[in-house]
Design a protein around this ligand. Sequence first.
Ligand code: FMN
Length: 246
Amino acid sequence: MPSASSRAAERPARDPSATSCRKAQGVAAQGVAVVSACASEFGEEFCGDLRRLMEWRRDVRRFRIDPVDEVVLRAALDAFDLAPSVGNSQPWRLVRVESAQARRMVRESFERCNAEALAATDPARADLYARLKLSGLREAPVQLAVFCDAATDQGHGLGSRTMPEALVHSVSGAVALFALCARAHGLGVGWVSILDPDEVTAALDVPADWTLVSYLCIGYPCEADDVPELERAGWQSRKATSLLMR
Ligand SMILES: Cc1cc2nc3c(=O)[nH]c(=O)nc-3n(C[C@H](O)[C@H](O)[C@H](O)COP(=O)(O)O)c2cc1C
């Protein structure tokens, strides 16, 4: 991973209030006095590395075609066993998609959905949309469909009675941890949602009551960057997250 400083010179200075894990300047952006942003057993160096990992995690659509080291993949997949979930329900169900037929069906679903999305795009942005690469489905050596099994008994319903969507949120959170862990191990992950979930569910022959949360393309990325590809392509830049106070 390039060092943060090697890229820092090429981009505008970031809002220092967005930079965690630095020695506290006295008062944080929201006016809350802090002693140290890193006063934990992990220490300042680890916090800096974690920040750098988050900066350099990207949604990846351009993969090298060489196979992924299974040991590395396994280490990244451990993130699912460590992820939080409502009631400790662990409602994620992972399907590694290997068969050529299943991959073709997923790709066809993507191509159809993407064409429909392009047709529905504001004409002023349609040319740009058409130029975006929005999946690595053709190249990614590893592909993983991640479902939510909302019927699971695990967790005994704790926490999801009033918010049943907490189960799907749990799956999304686990995917985010997996993507970070994969990046730490040198793997790129690309989340594909431009799919018809019913088509994917049928293509993979999984229970119809599982909900597709995420279809992940995984492999060694062709490039590293600390700026999202959609931002570099001029589609959408990031904005600072605001914090309402009540
Ligand atoms: C729920 C979800 C669905 C996404 N679906 C797609 C997708 O179908 N195709 C795509 O190219 N990127 C997809 N992305 C990736 C986002 O475009 C990407 O996260 C965003 O542009 C920020 O870039 P970054 O992840 O590199 O920081 C998805 C991301 C999330 C969280």
